[in-house]
Design a binder for this molecule. Structure first.
Ligand code: NAD
Ligand code: MG
Length: 384
């Protein structure tokens, strides 16, 4: 049994949100105090019926206006994006699961960090955009940011084998996505349908495309820098197609500690929600009586140029993360709308990162301006 906790699940209708609710179903000491969704309000209402949260936030006012909410006894219905910040900072909430996709999750994650919550962070884009401000704010408010991303959860767990000063480097594993064996020509003709078919993980659309371009690993390299305070030379990426070893930490004496489990997000979500406790939950186990292969090989940066961008952002910091993230969000949306090709996503991100006016110590409003600028540049890039 884990200790009792009240949690707010931001983005409960998404892939991470639904897996989190599966964990909650199995662990009676976790109480869902608030849930939120964007446009899928049918699902949000079903979740409210099952979990009876005190608050339900429908973040998109247009969708909420067009929807007829049923009576939900005991649940207050709140409408609009500002309400996400309200539920993220409620005094009764212990842990906020930040599982909104993209920079749209930044204001609510910021509110949770500013009010000193334990933040179970799935929304990696928030750290990519504003890692320096988030970590400074967490230091001031006493908030704790716990990783939900499977690689970072693995690193977080492995780090317990030594002190921070004893860490040599971390190795983030990547499945390599559906195109790890494609050559550059094949990559140019990838369709939306092909890119949405991930070999080992079932996830939301945006992260599935990010995995196919390997931009996801780029975002995770930046996320790792902020979560664990690492230098660029302490972070490595290795391709591991089976997605069983979720990441590794090499200590200075040469000992490498890895975390293994089947590819299923319930385990890293549960660990962030029950931390520091480990409890029996709904996650599948490894069956080591069945023959299995664990392969590791270096990534090919010529075919996956996205990877270099992450190391640049780790090195330069400042406004680079906000620009890269926004360019990528806009380019992924354009690819999903069939307005640009698959390889255009990273090409456009590279060009826009190179063109941007670098600001070494941006404020939150400067980061928001950099985000807006990069999105406009993607629109111009598409016309050019
Ligand atoms: P998803 O698309 O399945 O779900 C996104 C959630 O955010 C939904 O609840 C949606 O309603 C909500 N949302 C979307 N746009 C919004 C907006 N503008 N305002 C408010 N709410 C909005 O995405 P996902 O796969 O669950 O990923 C969520 C986050 O977790 C992402 O940052 C992703 O990178 C990260 N993550 C996901 C996985 C995974 O396995 N799915 C693994 C690691 C990290
Ligand atoms: Mg991951």
């Amino acid at each position: 049994m884990t200790r009792s906790k009240n949690i707010a699940v931001l983005g409960s209708t998404g892939s991470i949100g639904q897996s989190a609710l599966e964990v909650v179903r199995a662990l009676p000491n976790l109480n869902v105090l608030a849930i939120s969704g964007h446009r899928n309000l049918e699902k949000l209402v079903d979740q409210a019926r099952e979990f009876s949260p005190q608050f339900l936030v429908a973040a998109d006012p247009e969708a909420a206006k067009a929807f007829e909410f049923p009576r939900l006894p005991g649940t207050e219905i709140l409408i609009g994006p500002d309400q996400l910040e309200r539920i993220a900072s409620l005094p009764e909430v212990d842990t906020v699961l930040a599982a909104i996709v993209g920079v749209a999750g930044l204001p609510s994650t910021w509110a949770a960090v500013a009010s000193g919550k334990t933040v179970a962070l799935a929304n990696k884009e928030t750290l990519v955009v504003a890692g320096h401000l988030m970590t400074e704010m967490a230091d001031r408010s006493g908030a704790r940011i716990l990783p939900v991303d499977s690689e970072h959860s693995a690193v977080f767990q492995a780090l317990k084998s030594g002190t921070r000063a004893e860490v040599g480097r971390i190795v983030l594993t990547a499945s390599g996505g559906p195109f790890r064996d494609f050559d550059s020509n094949q990559m140019k003709c990838v369709t939306v349908e092909q890119a949405l078919a991930h070999p080992t993980w079932e996830m939301g659309q945006k992260i599935t495309i990010d995995s196919a371009t390997m931009m996801n690993k780029t975002l995770e390299v930046i996320e790792a820098k902020w979560l664990f305070g690492l230098k660029p030379e302490q972070i490595e990426v290795v391709i591991h197609p089976q997605s069983i070893v979720h990441s590794l930490v090499e200590f200075v004496d040469g000992s490498t500690i890895a975390q293994l489990s089947p590819p299923d997000m319930k385990l890293p979500i549960q660990y962030a929600l029950t931390y520091p406790d480990r409890v029996l939950g709904p996650s599948p186990r490894l069956d080591l009586t069945q023959a299995m292969k664990l392969e590791f090989y270096p990534p090919d940066v010529d075919r996956f140029p996205a990877l270099e961008l992450g190391f640049e952002v780790v090195k330069f910091g400042g406004s680079t993360g906000a620009v890269l993230n926004a360019a990528n969000e806009a380019a992924v949306a354009a690819f999903l709308n069939q307005e640009i090709s698959f390889t255009d996503i990273v090409t456009a991100c590279r060009e826009i990162l190179d063109q941007h006016h670098y600001e070494p110590h941006p404020t939150l409003s400067q980061l928001i301006a950099a985000d807006r600028w990069a999105r406009q540049e993607i629109s111009k890039w598409m016309i050019a």
